[in-house]
Design a protein around this ligand. Structure first.
Ligand code: XIL
Length: 423
């Protein structure tokens, strides 16, 4: 552009700017309509939780101290998943999960149980049937004639491998898992994600092993089994990508209303809220989703929030800016939760960036890799009333001493095999 053209362009911009300014000016001059001043909702002391890893609790004092000081409840990040609890069919291993749950109780923290029925984090024995199905090899179930035991087992296993699970067989696995686990923790774990991530992005039921081989009623049957196993526990469906409008949220609303209409026991919905600095929902959108679910008579929780910061689209955005945007995202979710009385817990998916499932590079959590509070921490805390001090420990702490020959495994203030208050 020549010098003359540049001057013309500058002139044009100046004219537009003046125009804009005069429009703003005339808008100001218009008679003001009476606008109701929005009343900020009172701050509620909503319990705040974090997903916790047993290995970090055992080995890292600063991690443990931060959890005990900053959070009211704990969601075991992996220890209550099916692969951890039932590594072999019918054989349960509660050692790690017990250690975590007992630790929480000793420190006056609630436990949010996660997760009983999910299409991921499954042991191989549950998955291989689904693999043949995915390859399109699934044949109609074959009813086997009675055969001598060993031969029967061989033929049965081979057939199951080819045909997938029989509905009644997988139903028994699902019910058995829910019943055994919930009875084991009755009185110690007061709320459960009974079904985790039941939906696909288009709002239809996700093709999990449970959906394929039991069918759409696996959700109802899981919830009924859960209520029967521990009638006092609060039962949740937990889902991601349903925090704002879209086909998946509509699918969730359809699913929940159908369950409610049929009298299926369901107490709440968890909004996982895994998000990032370019795609988070604002406070009003989140609050409206929560109110919609609350109107169906449900509790709502933010169950797994983290806010990724390393997106390609954010190149050029400085680290400080990223942390500010992250604080905006966390703050919006926390304020929405505070504003909706049905929102009963706000849980971050981890404590420190160092151990986030997204990797430290995402800087997705409230505390950095050295456990220093980030701007997002202040944004969340200021959205709620100050936290109440921890409840009195359900189990009195005792000072353990390691005694040779007892078989006790002492780690971070408790010793496996010597724990107090085990049921
Ligand atoms: C993740 C854990 O954080 C990882 O450590 C594990 O390897 C895989 O699962 N939604 C859920 C959580 O419901 O259980 C997932 O947790 C994260 C996504």
């Amino acid at each position: 552009m020549g010098g003359c053209g540049r001057i013309r362009a500058v002139g044009l911009i100046a004219t537009l700017a003046t125009l804009g300014a005069s429009q703003v000016g005339s808008a100001r001059a218009a008679p003001a309509l009476p606008v109701a001043k929005p009343v900020a909702p009172a701050l509620r002391a909503v319990p705040q939780g974090a997903a916790v890893r047993l290995s970090a609790l055992r080995s890292d004092t600063a991690y443990r101290d931060t959890f005990e000081r900053e959070f009211d409840s704990l969601t075991p990040e992996n220890a209550l998943k099916l692969a951890a609890l039932q590594p072999r069919r019918g054989q349960f291993d509660f050692a790690d999960a017990d250690e975590l749950v007992d630790y929480a109780r000793r420190n006056g923290k609630a436990v949010h149980g996660h997760a009983l029925v999910w299409g991921l984090s499954l042991p191989l024995w549950l998955v291989d049937h689904g693999a043949t199905d995915r390859l399109g090899l699934r044949l109609p179930p074959i009813v086997l004639p009675r055969l001598p035991r060993a031969l029967g087992r061989l033929v049965g296993n081979t057939t199951t491998l080819l045909t997938g699970w029989r509905r009644d067989e997988l139903l028994a696995v699902m019910r058995g898992h829910i019943t055994t686990v919930m009875r084991h923790y009755a009185g110690r774990v007061a709320e459960w994600d009974v079904v985790n991530e039941p939906l696909s992005n288009d709002g239809t039921l996700a093709p999990t092993v449970w959906q394929r081989f039991i069918g759409p009623d696996h959700i109802e049957l899981a919830l009924r089994a859960a209520r029967a196993a521990d009638p006092k526990a609060k039962l949740f469906i937990n889902e991601y990508g349903v925090e704002g409008p879209g086909r998946k949220l509509e699918g969730l609303v359809r699913l929940v209303s159908a369950l409610k209409a049929r009298g299926v026991p369901l107490d709440g919905v968890g909004l996982q809220t895994h998000t990032h600095i370019l795609g988070f929902h604002d406070e009003a959108t989140l609050a409206s989703t929560m109110r919609r679910l609350a109107a169906m008579g449900l509790q709502v929780q933010v169950t797994e929030i983290d806010v990724g910061t390393s997106l390609l689209g954010a190149t050029g955005v400085g680290a400080l800016d990223r942390l500010t945007r992250q604080a905006d995202a966390f703050g919006a979710a926390a304020r929405a939760c505070n504003a909706v009385p049905a929102c009963s817990r706000f849980t971050t998916w981890g404590i420190t960036d160092r151990l986030s499932w997204l990797g430290a590079g995402e800087s997705a959590l409230l505390f950095d890799s050295k456990l220093r509070a980030k701007p997002a921490y202040a944004a969340v805390r200021s959205a709620f009333a100050p936290r109440r001090p921890a409840l009195a420990p359900a189990v009195q702490p005792r000072r353990w001493r390691w005694r040779p020959g007892t078989g006790a495994r002492c780690g971070w203030g408790s010793c496996a095999g010597l724990r107090a208050g085990r049921r």
